[in-house]
Design a protein around this ligand. Structure first.
Ligand SMILES: [Zn+2]
Length: 221
C-alpha cells in the first residue's frame, strides 16, 4: 500500500514537473536540520571557481557550483561546533594549504545529533583535496572515528542524513567514504602534482566499513 501511494506521488510529481530525481522510486525521509549558513557571497564564489580552475581545470570548466555529486565524504572536526563554524565562515586562506576560499563542509553534525547545514548543496566546498568537485562534505563534531561511531545520537542523525542524500542524488554506498579513503576513490582527480597524494587521517577504511554496514541496514530508497 505504501509503495502504491509513493508511486502515485511520484507520478503526480512528474505530471506537475516538480522534483522528480532520476533515482529509484521512493525516497528516504529528509531528516530535521538547521539552516546555519556561512557567508558565501560573490567574492567567495569567484575564489571557489578559481580553485576549480587550478585544481580541476584539466577536466572541467571553472565553476563554484556543485553539480550532480557522486561522493559523500565523512569527516570529524577535531574542534567544537563554534570553532568549526568560525573556521569555515571566516574566508581567509586555510592554515594547512594556504589557499582561498576557506575550507568548509555542507553539513556539521554536533555532539547532540543536531544537523547544521552551512552551505547549499548546489555550492562546492573545500573539504577533501581531489574530490571537492563532486563531493558533499559532512563533518561530525568529535575528536576520533571511535568517538563519533560510539555516539548514538550523532550516528543516528549522520546515517539518516547520508541515506537521504544518497536517495536524492543516487549516490552508491561504496561512494560514501571517509576522508582517509579519498585517494582510493575512482572520482579522485587533482591537477596540482604536489597534492596528488594529500589526504587526512579522519575516518579510515576499517571504521568506514562499520559506517557503511550501518548505512546498508537502512535499506534502499
Ligand atoms: Zn576531514
Amino acid at each position: 500500500m505504501l509503495k502504491w501511494l509513493m508511486s502515485v506521488a511520484a507520478i503526480a510529481a512528474m505530471a506537475l514537473g516538480t522534483h522528480a530525481p532520476a533515482v529509484a522510486a521512493g525516497t528516504a525521509a529528509k531528516p530535521r536540520m538547521v539552516w546555519d549558513p556561512i557567508p558565501f557571497g560573490p567574492a567567495r564564489e569567484a575564489q571557489m571557481a578559481a580553485y576549480v580552475r587550478r585544481h580541476y581545470g584539466s577536466f572541467m570548466k571553472p565553476t563554484w557550483r556543485l553539480v550532480d555529486p557522486h561522493v559523500i565524504v565523512i569527516h570529524y572536526t577535531d574542534a567544537s561546533y563554534s570553532s568549526t563554524f568560525n573556521t569555515f565562515a571566516n574566508d581567509v586562506p586555510d592554515s594547512e594549504l594556504h589557499e582561498l576560499p576557506a575550507t568548509c563542509a555542507h553539513f556539521v553534525i554536533d555532539a547532540s545529533g543536531v544537523i547544521h547545514q552551512l552551505v547549499s548543496l548546489q555550492t562546492m566546498c573545500r573539504h577533501t583535496v581531489g574530490l571537492n568537485w563532486t563531493a558533499i562534505g559532512i563533518e561530525h563534531v568529535g575528536f576520533s572515528d571511535a568517538q563519533v561511531l560510539g555516539d548514538t545520537r550523532q550516528m543516528r542523525s549522520s546515517l539518516r542524513l547520508v541515506h537521504w542524500l544518497q536517495c536524492r542524488f543516487n549516490i552508491q554506498t561504496r561512494n560514501v567514504i571517509g576522508h582517509a579513503e579519498s585517494l582510493s576513490s575512482p572520482y579522485h582527480h587533482e591537477d596540482v602534482p604536489s597534492l596528488r597524494t594529500q589526504t587526512h587521517s579522519d575516518f579510515v577504511h576499517r571504521d568506514m566499513q562499520t559506517y557503511r554496514a550501518r548505512l546498508r541496514h537502512l535499506g534502499g530508497c
